[in-house]
Design a protein around this ligand. Sequence first.
Ligand code: ADP
Length: 665
Amino acid sequence: MLPRRNQLQWAALLALAVVLPTVSLLWFMSRVIANERLVVRQKLAALYADKLNSATAETGFLFTNRLAVLGRPWPGNPYALVRGLVLEDRVQAVLLRDEAGIPVYPQPGLALGGDEPDQALAVARELELVRRQFAEAAEAYGRYTNDANLRVALEASLGRSRCLAKAGDLPGATAACRDAAFPAGAPGPAQLAVDHARLFLLSLLQRSAPDAAATDLRRRTVSALLDDLYASGAPSPRLAPSRNLFLARMLLEDVESMPPAELGSDATRIRRLQALVAAEDLALSVGEDSRIWTGPMDAVVPVREGEEAVYGLRHPSASGTILILLSPDGLAPLLAGYRESFAGTAAAYRVLDPGGRVVSGTAQARVAPFLAASLPEGFPGWKVELYFEGSDVFEQAARRQIAVYLWTGGLVIVLVLGAGVFAVRAVNRQLRLNAMKNDFIATVSHELKTPLASMRVLVDTLLEGRVRDEAQAQEYLRLTARENERLSRMIDNFLTFSRMERNKVAFSIGDISAEAVARDAVESVKTKLETHHCRLEVKIGDGLPPVRGDHDALVTVLVNLLDNACKYTGDDKQVELRIFAERGQVCFAVSDNGIGIARRHWRRIFDRFYQVDNSLARKAEGCGLGLSIVKFIVDAHRGTIEVDSRPGAGSTFTVRLPAGAADGR
Ligand code: ADP
């Protein structure tokens, strides 16, 4: 064995070879991981900064387009412009002022009713409104229903209808009103009277029985009114703006009570009317504040804060100044660039107005933004922020890369450790082999010395003639021959082993006789057995098939087994060799009544140099090679060898070899 100091040195060296690279690798990996986090953060931030810039550029582009639309000259009929902006472009309200600053749309000052009452109808009105004599009033109105002045005629029909209704004659009232609501010719300036009549007709129809004719008339009336309100077909409005709004409100109030089914295809037009009325209402309420006409042009500025925030954008055009009002919803088309750029990405955005109110994007950000930028020109004080929803995406992206590094690092460490373990085992094996070889040399020298010494003594005695008689001389010569034979066998074993080690053994396999093998083996050990007073019994079964093998090699197998059987038995030596056939195999069993082998040694006795008792003081000669040679030969014959033994009760070694063809002898 190697000295302990040497072993420790080896262990320290190996530990250094494994631990040093591992620790360096771990340190290196920790640096790489820290760097990776930084790099990923920078890469992602740069990527999103690019996206943000292009979205901002897109917003700028959309804004410029919008200004170009607003800069067009206005048509004579403002409703054409208002309808387009409110109904198509999601603008919440529109205000127009001419170059002198006079409001063009909407026009403040609401008219609640019709024009000044006509002198011709004064009597009838007196009867209706002051005296409340409705029958007389109806008659008085009736006198003018065919007046040459269409407006007077229409007013008279409407008044008559009113009075008939008040007098309780609903069908008469409806008929009279229908004449006024749907006059034969174009009403021209009397349009307002016609529309009043239509509104009144609606209220009459509401009260009358809901038959098919009434429903049809009602629908016709609504449709006709819708045609007149916010009418943009003609070069100028059909009704004065203030009347238009008043009538629109009245109509909306009326239709509220109508079942939606009755509106039919007009439902959409009603919704549009609602939007236009709401837009005009908003324009009127905001228009009262003169501040909205000051401040910068071409800039989106907050006009109304709070729940229903409104933003104003003023732009000069050839016809005057246009001011549009936009809700956050109305701003969405302008901010579409952000929505499109960040949809489907890990980042979320939000656009904040100068007051810090979220106008677009996710309302409530849970984490601080990782990037912020100003909106393009036209949005003074506005900004857009980017942040990640949920967990930190930088960390997530870095983690993926880090996992790759960790796996690679782990693999390298495992490889280094594996290589270390492999090296330790190889070195260990080498150390053990060295130790074994040293032991082997000591044993061999010891084993060779004994027969040589006894031969020398015997030969010297004979040479010096110190023998009593011829018989003693014969005895000495026989002893010399025995020692010689023992020496030869030992050297044979060494040589076989050496050839085995170098893989130089070549067997000539053929079908051979098991009996012949047994005979030659017994012949070879006979003298030795006799010398040791060892009784040998050979039992050969009948009708044995031939064995597939090499004759000389199999003789070596049996000689070694018989030799061991004799060596490892006490004074009363009994050895038995049995040969029998079993399941297509030929078996050689060598039994003795010797010292036996403990079970834990069974497997290892076939290892090279292994001896159960390896002290130099042991009685039996040998150096632990015999059984390893036997095993080598048996394996080469595709056979098996097994041992069965009990300490103190003897051992049986059984070799099983494949049988050859029965006639192959
Ligand atoms: P050796 O030269 O020592 O006999 P072997 O390889 O032939 O070497 O045997 C290995 C060891 O197995 C022996 O040292 C011995 O301890 C044990 N052994 C072999 N044959 C027998 C047997 N028949 N009875 C008891 N022990 C045996």
